[in-house]
Design a binder for this molecule. Structure first.
Ligand code: RIB
Ligand code: CA
Length: 311
């Protein structure tokens, strides 16, 4: 029985890789994709979900929900990293007759279909999840686990030295969810920074004749050429794929039980702080600390290219 998951995504290029990995994995059943503002504005993130589903020719399609955006004049997005459209400035067409439902409906439908079994995977800012928690805390209690790509626990951030993009974009939402006492697996930059694609990976995608590999090779081209953001030139960090990979290949990861708080204001807003004082009543999270990067990438390409490589 595949594990039912809902993916909450701000639809940049690394989100597209993670979602493609989930859709092609037999061990997972993607019940819903919900958009959130972040890498690109909400409307573009929602449009990108449709572009991915059309490019991959996914049928039947998962339920698609449209979530929330963040507001404020100091917010940064990631169009300089992933291109103006968020998917490498490519011309993948939009999905016709695409009618996403409100995110609350998508979450409720997936949770009520798989009470106590659904895993929510958040690979963008936690704005939707925090609002859902405020509106209906009981609903989130029926979620088996929440996997969150976000935060920089001991390493430098990627938005500024102290903060990682998803937590910096909506620190209040991150603090709400990390202190909600739900079973959480945190996948921070401390680990994801080591999952880097290089030219050889791009060549492997280009060598496959598969809708998914054609799509991923094309959306990766611009960010690999520009090397903007936290990747070096001709390299690309697959942050979000780690949030899917930890469900597929848990044996490749090590973790620590750690309570974490997120600073919500001031110059270090978005900073992830381990809570080590005993007198603070906060449930520890499972924080992933290391990953076997070479094995992870090999496993990922076996799924993406739907074949084992003779190496
Ligand atoms: O810091 C990396 C995270 O921010 C990833 O989810 C990436 O897609 C961006 O949203
Ligand atoms: Ca993301």
């Amino acid at each position: 029985m595949p594990l039912p998951i809902l993916i909450d995504t701000d639809m940049g290029v690394d989100d597209a890789i993670a979602i493609t990995l989930a859709l092609l994995s037999e061990q997972l059943s993607v019940e819903a994709l919900v958009s959130v503002g972040g890498n690109v504005p909400l409307l573009q993130a929602t449009r990108n979900v449709g572009r991915l589903l059309r490019a991959l020719r996914i049928d039947p399609r998962p339920l698609v929900g449209v979530g929330l955006d963040q507001h404020g004049d100091t917010l940064t997005d990631a169009r300089h990293v992933f291109g103006k459209d968020g998917l490498g400035e490519t011309d993948w067409p939009a999905l016709e007759s695409f009618e996403p439902v409100p995110y609350t409906k998508a979450y409720r439908a997936a949770i009520e279909r798989f009470p106590g079994e659904l895993v929510v995977v958040c690979i963008g800012p936690l704005t939707n999840l925090a609002e859902l928690h405020h509106r209906d805390p009981g609903l989130l209690k029926q979620v088996k686990r929440i996997v969150i790509m976000g935060g920089a626990v001991w390493c430098k951030g990627n938005v500024q030295d102290s903060a990682e993009f998803n937590f910096h974009r909506d620190p209040a939402a991150a603090e709400t969810i990390l202190s909600a006492g739900r079973p959480i697996t945190l996948v921070p930059l401390d680990l994801t920074n080591f999952l880097q694609l290089d030219e050889s990976h791009l060549a492997r995608l280009a060598a496959c004749d598969h809708p998914a590999t054609k799509f991923l090779a094309s959306v990766l081209d611009w960010p690999m050429r520009t090397g903007a953001g936290d990747s070096a030139p001709r390299r690309f960090i697959v942050h979000d794929a780690a949030a899917i990979g930890c469900l597929l290949w848990p044996e490749l990861f090590r973790s620590a039980q750690l309570a974490v708080k997120v600073l919500t204001e001031g110059p270090a807003r978005g900073k992830c702080q381990p809570v080590v004082r005993r007198d603070v009543n906060r449930q520890p999270l499972s924080v992933l600390t290391t990953v076997g990067a070479a094995d992870f990438l090999e496993n990922m390409f076996e799924v993406l290219c739907s074949q084992r490589f003779v190496v």
